[in-house]
Design a protein. Sequence first.
Lengths: 115, 114
Amino acid sequence: EAGVAQSPRYKIIEKRQSVAFWCNPISGHATLYWYQQILGQGPKLLIQFQNNGVVDDSQLPKDRFSAERLKGVDSTLKIQPAKLEDSAVYLCASRNPGTGANVLTFGAGSRLTVL
Amino acid sequence: QQQVKQSPQSLIVQKGGISIINCAYENTAFDYFPWYQQFPGKGPALLIAIRPDVSEKKEGRFTISFNKSAKQFSLHIMDSQPGDSATYFCAARSGGGATNKLIFGTGTLLAVQP
């Protein structure tokens, strides 16, 4: 099966600019996650979707970050305006809760550098 | 309470040696403990996982030891190989079921020298 696709792989922007990341999960995976991985740290959950509904966005900085999964498949994570501390790799992961499996499959990530 | 503490931050092991990475947690509601392996430029990939009702799980050269009373678990890599060089993350599941929220440790950078 195809993996989790993410784009772009790399993005460099100036602070206060905006950026958007796209994720296409594994076909049939109803659960989709966005994680932020700052250099030298473990991934931190930003938001979790079940189909097109938000399950958990408690750690999403909602003043600048937004995410959507309109049709329950692809998802977009947006940052506006970006700050220097947003420099990180943004990882998308998906899971098929229907199988009972606990496995999250991650994409390769989108690396953001804010100058 | 929602943290998972991981050590060491980095580890150098000779080929054929044993690599040991430790994690500790506080929240007794955590119900699933996976280890993820991450190579540079790649996303984390599930390596092995354990539930708290089991004290040990072995898959090939990889073993998880779990101490429920101490709230600690560790990853042992036997006969470590240069190809095992990667960053390893422990994690713990919070919420269970539909939410399946993973909280990750800070990672251990493993270098296996030939």
